[in-house]
Design a protein around this ligand. Sequence first.
Ligand SMILES: Nc1ncnc2c1ncn2[C@@H]1O[C@H](COP(=O)(O)OP(=O)(O)O)[C@@H](O)[C@H]1O
Ligand SMILES: [Mg+2]
Length: 258
Amino acid sequence: MTDTVVAREPTVVVDDVHIVYRVHGAGSGKGSATSALSRIISRKRASGVREVHAVKGISFTAYKGEAIGLIGSNGSGKSTMLAAIAGLLPTEKGGIYTNGQPSLLGVNAALMNELSGERNVVLGCLAMGMSPAQVRARYQEIVEFSGINDKGDFISLPMRTYSSGMGARLRFSIAAAKTHDVLLIDEALATGDQAFQQRSKKRIEELRGEAGTVFLVSHDNNSIREVCERTIWIEAGELVMDGPTEEVVGRYERGERP
Ligand SMILES: Nc1ncnc2c1ncn2[C@@H]1O[C@H](COP(=O)(O)OP(=O)(O)O)[C@@H](O)[C@H]1O
Ligand SMILES: [Mg+2]
């Protein structure tokens, strides 16, 4: 009998990564209103740099076709980890290797408030490397996916008139119009109604099928359960558990650290 070796292709390798934020002018720590005020009035530079060690020695490998959930309490380092994979934060120690182009889709993704939704769709697509012809071909689909126009012609209004949910929906719709090698989604599914969430989940499935890797940070454990077969749990910047979603999310919900 011969063994068939299925070569799994790694897309992201995170190797003993440490990430440290340096907050300049964090000062001598009293933090009272009067000390802050006197600092501002005297224009003295607050002394010192405070360091926040947000990720402490995390390692894992992601493979093509995987959707991986990232869970952990507030401030555990999930967003930091995603930003680092996207190449937006330097590592203090260790390395991150990606095979393909990672794209971070966060609640803060840059769309321009003064421009209409329509202009943002076009600019966003161009920024992702689509050609003007591709943008024209996908435009209608993106707007329909977002559901922005479900209750009237909102797509021609400036983004600043949108609710935060509408903005997040549009951001996701733009990013999802393209296939990504590595798609990093930070809380973007939390917004939007049931129908939009269903469309998003279906789209994430397709993106995986198109051989990318998807990382999903969400406070909604059911979204993680539906979308991801593997989940990584981090706390205080350290990896607690990495395994099948049901096992990891189950323990997380029961508060059982392995
Ligand atoms: N820009 C920043 N400057 C300094 N500290 C930060 C910054 N962003 C996040 N942190 C700190 O890093 C830690 C991890 O934060 P974050 O990655 O946002 O956690 P999560 O997404 O899991 O809620 C927290 O202690 C947070 O206060
Ligand atoms: Mg976060």
